[in-house]
Design a binder for this molecule. Structure first.
Ligand SMILES: CC(C)(COP(=O)(O)OP(=O)(O)OC[C@H]1O[C@@H](n2cnc3c(N)ncnc32)[C@H](O)[C@@H]1OP(=O)(O)O)[C@@H](O)C(=O)NCCC(=O)NCCS
Length: 205
């Protein structure tokens, strides 16, 4: 199996979303290790130390597992780059469900050294539009810890709908954490020419 619309390269200005490459190992590991304190509160609890689970060797295992998710038709992972090669983050669709639901979850993170420049809303808008076109999905959902103000700002700026509160929803940073559920469907953005078009208008003020 594979995922409709993948592999793909999506770009807006110097923000480029592309599949991971074997040669990303050193850069991925440097960014992940540098950002332990920045990322840890919002991520699935790793089975070993941060150093171990974010080493160049661990990248090979992570990439293999991402590729297995693609082969199973369940996920669509992208490295976020500035220009073709400066890796600054990750965004991906997971838990892709087809048929009458045609929905997926979206997860993301960015290097703290690249934060605050609107890179993630741009990446999310690119991915949502791709999900609603080439990937033939109808809905994208983002679940965020209530305390994660920066991430909530990303979806709120793009106009995602806040749909629900999920107590003890995911095992994050060592405990079952509550999450706020946000979503967008094709109907929400179709008349505006897509989410990226909406985001461009918002940025232009
Ligand atoms: C959430 C995250 C992806 C946002 O990405 P981004 O590219 O910085 O997004 P934006 O530039 O739109 O900034 C979003 C908000 O972050 C906050 N912010 C801006 N610069 C910041 C900085 N240097 N440090 C911390 N927060 C900052 C602001 O509240 C901003 O909202 P505003 O535009 O209303 O001012 C990023 O903060 C991150 O990776 N955090 C750690 C991992 C994480 O939370 N992942 C998501 C789990 S659901």
């Amino acid at each position: 199996m594979s995922v409709a619309g993948y592999p793909a390269v999506l770009a807006e200005g110097d923000v480029v979303l592309r599949p991971y490459r074997r040669s990303d190992a050193a850069q991925w590991s440097e960014v992940r290790r540098y950002n332990e304190r920045w990322l840890r509160p919002w991520e699935v609890t790793p089975p070993g130390t941060w150093e171990e689970t974010n080493s160049p060797a661990a990248f090979r295992i992570v990439r293999r597992s991402l590729k297995a998710g693609v082969r199973a038709g369940e996920s669509m992972p992208f490295a976020i780059c500035l220009g073709p090669d400066r890796l600054v983050g990750h965004i991906g669709l997971g838990n892709i469900v087809r048929r009458a639901f045609s929905s997926a979850y979206c997860g993301y993170w960015i290097d703290s050294r690249a934060a605050g420049k609107g890179i993630m809303p741009t990446a999310l808008a690119l991915l949502v539009d791709h999900a609603f076109s080439a990937a033939r999905l109808h809905r994208v959902e983002v679940n965020i810890r209530p305390e994660n103000k920066a991430s909530r700002r990303v979806v709120e700026k793009l106009g995602f709908r806040e749909e629900g509160y999920h107590p003890h929803y995911m095992y994050i940073d060592g405990a079952w954490r509550d999450h706020v559920g946000y979503a967008v469907t094709w109907e929400d953005v179709a008349a505006e020419g897509g989410l990226l078009a909406r985001w461009r208008r918002i940025r232009a003020g």
